[in-house]
Design a protein around this ligand. Sequence first.
Ligand code: LLP
Length: 443
Amino acid sequence: MNERDTLKINSAGHLEIGGMDAVEIAEKFSTPIYVFDEKHIRDMMRVYKNTIDCEYGGNGAVLYASKAFACKAIYAIAKQEGIGIDVVSGGELYTALKAGFPAGNAYMHGNNKLIKELEFALDSGIGCIVVDSFREADILDELAAVRGIKQRVLVRINPGVEAHTHAFIQTARTDSKFGFGVSDGAAKNICKHVLNKKHLELRGYHCHIGSQIFEKQSFVLAADKVMDFAAEIKNSLGYEFAELNLGGGFGVWYNDEDPKLKIEDYADYLKTVINAIKTKATEHSLKEPYLLIEPGRSIIAEAGITLYTVGAIKDIQGIKKYVAVDGGMFDNPRYALYQSKYTVLLANRALDNCTEKVTVAGKCCESGDILAVDVALPQAESGDILAVLSTGAYNYSMASNYNRNFVPPAVLVFNGKAEYIVKPQSYEDLVRNDLIPERLKNE
Ligand code: LLP
């Protein structure tokens, strides 16, 4: 476990998060439940912001990548911490606005933003849109013209850096649905295209090389390549960029195959990238760009845990022991999607010796509904509270009502007190949008 003040085993031998006993949270709010540690979220937002302030003279901003976990409360926290956000859909933008988040501090991404979403973004006064196709540039220019505005945009560049991570979440290889390749000239062409648009203001470049990346060199290489590209564009088109957005991607601890990074280690990541940018700016005589980063996972993943109650236990002699819980792939599809590995423990018996290896299964009608394979646990019994750690990112945000199960509620814990930030669903919620056509109502 990647322990910290607000995530540890307490003297009762229970898991404790945000100063509150996890077993008490399970009793009070029932299971399954997502639990978020507010202090850790804030600490992570601050470490990035402070690093930009101290190491880069405040010439930049942190944008929380809300795809990792979006709900009103997280936007309220981001607003209080004075950071921006990135949104990738009308839905994320709407949620942020409903939380009182200023649209001007939001950047919008997406390889195929809908016209409706672009209109909504412009009408809300979005800060910046990251253009990802020629068609989008055309549409955006027209929409901005109609509104009599000049919209700030970045163009998404694919620097061709291959990050070492799961193939499904690599986004910047040459073969990618995202961005414009530098090597094939597409990136330069989109710059020309956007520079010719009367109602678009090209602020600079965006790139994102993937997610759950630990090698600092990947980020440095990406920064180097985009800076080289910026120099080439300055020399050939006479355009000097103002902003560089390097996306997200810093890795987090899920299980003991991952490094246990401390909060300060993320400052080091950012410092290394900042130094690379400064060096390149000097080398190419470019102005140091306004720097944006978009961390999602590293802000929210380790801040979150999921609590379940153990139900059925099936020991298939000589083959496998299944410990089933009251959640599953509907609250965490990441094992089913990516074979992601998690750390699992019994929150009510966290100091008991782990005496067996089990597979933690969910309650869905599907064999692939697994949360963790071959994990060490004490002998689990029905009624035990099972905790899965580092579930804050891409769990709730990718949850579904598969099998018409409820997406679990979420609580935010701070100083030993937990409050709902996402309330429980009801059966009525599940049928709220269902309609029966008249002709089906005949007996
Ligand atoms: N910016 C852009 C443009 C992105 O595409 C992403 C993630 C981020 C920022 C945030 O990256 P982070 O700091 O969270 O690594 N569903 C997958 C993750 C997909 C990430 C997609 N883009 C998962 O569960 O691992």
